[in-house]
Design a protein around this ligand. Structure first.
Ligand SMILES: [Zn+2]
Length: 395
């Protein structure tokens, strides 16, 4: 019996890698071509097989979204340069099994032609889209038509239940690696993606925090996938988080600026730059090609309740403990604790801060943030700040 069971275990574990392989995307985008033909802007993907697609346009801002099965992208970042009506575009995982392409366009457009072409001559499988400019009224007409065909929206998910604490349980730290999937975040001087930096640092920080055995760490995402802002907040609350730390890296025009900074939620921004930063980070859902419609305002509107006041005080306490730890070990921006209306910090009952780890627009910061060895001091500083916060709460 024992041997039989052992054999079974071997069989089960032996079959796992195989099934994971089968689930992995196998169709590749091998190259992308863009061009302007007459008044048409054309985008062509070369693929290793033909695929099913779903293409639609969105308003505010003007976008074209293409949903495809999960694909392997063998496309250099510079392929996404502006051309014709296309201001820029991006691709990545949107949800498990779905790759998404989001194209920002300069004007209201119509999808004039979509072709999935079979191999011919020197060409392999191709997916081609022609975009043409139309007037705003026709654009809105097309949106209404699609809305009429669409299935009725699912009712909004119920808000998460109020927090129930387990007495004596380990404290829960929620790490939120910014961006992911189709939303790359900021792109650094040498082409580094913010989404990869935030995920790598979150993983290192998780490992570091769990060493002591005193804290439990939950991540809002643990791979390169898009997670909308509201879901990040919900995940933190459902995990009964005691602290929520959103990790980001910024970029600005002035390439000399470097250093980390810490942000907490506020109705009124501490300064113009903080307000602009919050507006930029709050756009993640739009960048990923979501139609926010009436939600739009809900995301950016920060209504602060009494419960939230207490939470905000704790957020500020944590920010004030974290800053000296960063200063001791890494580089801090001059004006390092600021406030603004970040949607991801909105949980009314989980103290939340957003850390901009540095500037990917600065060569030194970019190098620091992409090297596991160089960024160790920063990870150590974040861990020390988090541990000090919980040590203070215990005493
Ligand atoms: Zn960010």
């Amino acid at each position: 019996m024992f041997f039989l069971a052992l054999g079974l275990v071997t069989l089960v574990t032996g079959s796992l890698p195989g099934s994971q392989n089968a689930a992995r995307a196998e169709i590749a985008v091998t190259s992308v071509r863009t061009g302007v033909h007459n008044d048409m802007t054309r985008l062509v993907f070369d693929l290793s097989a033909n695929v099913k697609y779903n293409i639609f346009t969105l308003d505010k801002p003007y976008r074209v979204v293409i949903d495809l099965p999960e694909l392997v992208w063998q496309v250099p970042p510079q392929a996404t340069k502006p051309v014709g009506l296309i201001l820029g575009w991006r691709y990545g995982q949107f949800a498990p099994g779905t790759s998404r392409v989001v194209i920002d366009v300069a004007a209201p457009v119509a999808v004039r032609k979509v072709l999935m072409l079979a191999p011919q001559g020197r060409f392999g499988h191709r997916f081609a889209v022609d975009l043409g400019k139309i007037d705003r009224a026709s654009f809105l007409g097309a949106l209404r038509q699609r809305a009429g065909r669409a299935k009725p929206a699912r009712p909004a998910a119920k808000p998460p239940p109020p927090k129930r604490r387990v007495a004596g349980g380990r404290k829960v730290v929620v790490l939120d690696p910014g961006h992911g999937g189709v939303d790359p975040g900021t792109i650094g001087v040498t082409g580094v993606y913010e989404k990869n930096v935030t995920l790598a640092i979150a993983r290192e920080l998780k490992r570091r925090l769990e060493k002591s055995g005193r804290l439990r760490v939950v991540m809002t995402r643990s791979r390169d996938v898009f997670v909308r802002l509201r879901r990040r907040v919900d995940r933190g609350r459902r995990a009964h988080g005691d602290l929520f730390v959103s990790l980001h890296a910024d970029a600005i025009k002035n390439r000399k600026v470097r250093g980390a900074s810490v942000y907490t939620l506020s109705e009124n921004s501490s300064d113009k730059e903080a307000a602009a930063l919050a507006a930029k980070e709050n756009k993640a859902d739009i960048i990923a090609g979501l139609d926010l419609g009436s939600e739009d305002q809900e995301v950016t509107n920060i209504l602060i309740s009494l419960v939230q006041r207490e939470t905000m005080n704790l957020s500020a306490t944590f920010a004030n403990l974290l800053l000296p730890e960063i200063k001791k070990r890494a580089r801090l921006l001059k004006n390092s604790h600021r406030f603004a209306g970040f949607a991801v910090l909105k949980a009314p009952d989980v103290p939340s801060v957003l850390v901009e780890l540095g500037y990917l627009s600065n060569r030194h910061d970019e190098r620091l943030l992409t090297s596991p060895r160089r960024r160790r001091a920063l990870v150590e500083a974040l861990a020390a700040g988090i541990e000090r916060y919980f040590a203070k709460r215990r005493s």
